[in-house]
Write a protein that binds this ligand. Structure first.
Ligand code: ZLM
Ligand code: CA
Ligand code: ZN
Length: 380
């Protein structure tokens, strides 16, 4: 009926657990795990599941979580009591150990389960790539790039990306990490700061005094010491030019792509102006590089836009982006949620105030120039 079939000799796997979306950060918190339900509903309504291997992701084990995270942090996450919701005004001094319990990283009911499911999906995805059983593995519930070894940060508690990359490093000599979330992928950068086997490239809004997390300036290219193999292996900020050159020089065995959808126009938190077309062209570009690819979600705070982008990017992974109907199928659950004004909803149209592009051509070429110079230090 929909004509969506599996590409021959090419495997895409989709790792997802419907239990993730049952968790709530709090009524008005911008992170809505429910956006994953909306994404899945669009993916299924288009029949994309017929073109992929679909797996119900398991929860990551304690041993897996502590392959990166500190035991005392994971123990605390596993045992800490949820705080009352909404935040208790009678108790203005909450326990903020490990940066937990504030408004960015609240202690909600079922937190440990939520974190383990996100980690489990990303680990399953990485293992499918390692076993050569998939060419592209998708984990929209992952991409939580701010979590640190022993600290929660920016809505992220467990760094599923680091867990997945550690798996990929068992098989691959070098892994390239690319991050198109509007925020700097600081947790992943920090985790691999001292190795030349992972290169991290984040594109983000950089404004140290006004935009989270304030790190990831052009000059921060890894530890300065000449003797540290991680030196010059972190690059921030312009996609195709930069990625082409990075891949030529670094020659990764696998690519991990964080697709935070808060870089889209109209995002509740983001300040970027990307259309679904622009955002997804990053995925298309990475697919064409013909290197095993793992795709994660990440930020994204206007759920109908997030679901459009991630469903369209799923279509790219399975190679059906040019033959799916642009109109959102009539039988899509929650189809009304995709409506923007009185138009019939389509997959690419997004709600957003156009924002002015304040990047000057001069600034952009300086960025590219700077990155090219950094790359002189990379590769054999
Ligand atoms: N205040 N509620 C991106 C992570 C961004 C730190 C300033 C909290 C918010 C934000 C939380 C309901 C990813 C900061 C912000 C207000 C200290 C951030 C709860 C609104 C709300 O209404 C809100 C009570 C909350 C949080 C806005 N927080 C906006 N920006 C950032 C973290 C995560 O997309 O990169 C990956 C998933 N935090 O700016 C403050 C400094 C806390
Ligand atoms: Ca980023
Ligand atoms: Zn973000």
């Amino acid at each position: 009926e929909h004509g969506i079939t599996k590409p021959k000799g090419y495997n895409v796997s989709f790792h997802y657990n419907p239990d993730m979306e049952k968790h709530h950060f709090g009524m008005t918190h911008p992170m809505k795990p429910w956006r994953l339900t909306l994404t899945k509903s669009l993916v299924s309504a288009y029949g994309m599941n017929f073109a992929m291997d679909n797996y119900t992701a398991r929860a990551a084990t304690y041993e897996e979580l502590t392959s990166f995270h500190a035991k005392d942090y994971v123990n605390h996450l596993a045992t800490v009591a949820p705080q009352p919701q909404p935040l208790d005004m009678e108790n203005p001094n909450p326990d903020l150990r490990f940066n937990l319990g504030g408004s960015d990283c609240p202690l909600f009911e079922g937190l440990y389960n939520y974190c383990s499911l996100s980690g489990g999906a990303s680990l399953d995805a990485a293992r499918k790539l390692c076993a050569n059983q998939s060419d592209i593995a998708i984990a929209w519930g992952g991409g939580l790039h701010h979590a640190k070894k022993a600290e929660a940060s920016g809505f992220c508690y467990i760094n599923d990306i680091v867990l997945a990359i550690l798996q990929l490093l068992r098989i691959h000599a070098r892994v390239l990490y690319i991050d198109i979330d509007v925020h700097h992928g600081d947790g992943v950068e920090e985790a691999f700061f001292s190795t030349d086997r992972v290169m991290t490239v984040s594109f983000h809004k950089y404004d140290p005094s006004n935009f989270f997390p304030g790190t990831g300036g052009l000059e921060d290219n890894g530890p300065k010491s000449e003797h540290n193999p991680g030196a010059h292996h972190a690059i921030n900020w312009l996609f195709e030019t930069i990625i082409t050159r990075v891949v030529e020089k670094f020659r990764p065995g696998a690519i991990a792509l964080q697709c935070g959808a808060d870089s889209l126009a109209g995002d509740r938190l983001g300040k970027f102006n990307l259309l679904v077309q622009g955002h997804s062209s990053c995925v298309e570009f990475c697919k064409k590089l013909n290197v095993p690819l793992i795709i994660f979600g990440g930020g994204g705070y206007t759920p109908k836009n997030v679901a459009r982008a991630w469903a369209y990017e799923t279509a790219i992974a399975i190679g059906h982006q040019h033959d799916i109907p642009t109109q959102i199928p009539i039988h899509t659950p929650w189809r009304d949620r995709f409506k923007i004004d009185s138009l019939l909803p389509t997959i690419q149209q997004i709600l957003g105030e156009p924002r002015q592009n304040r990047n000057t051509q001069k600034k952009l070429s300086e960025i590219v120039q700077h990155v090219m110079e950094q790359l002189r230090f990379v590769g054999a």
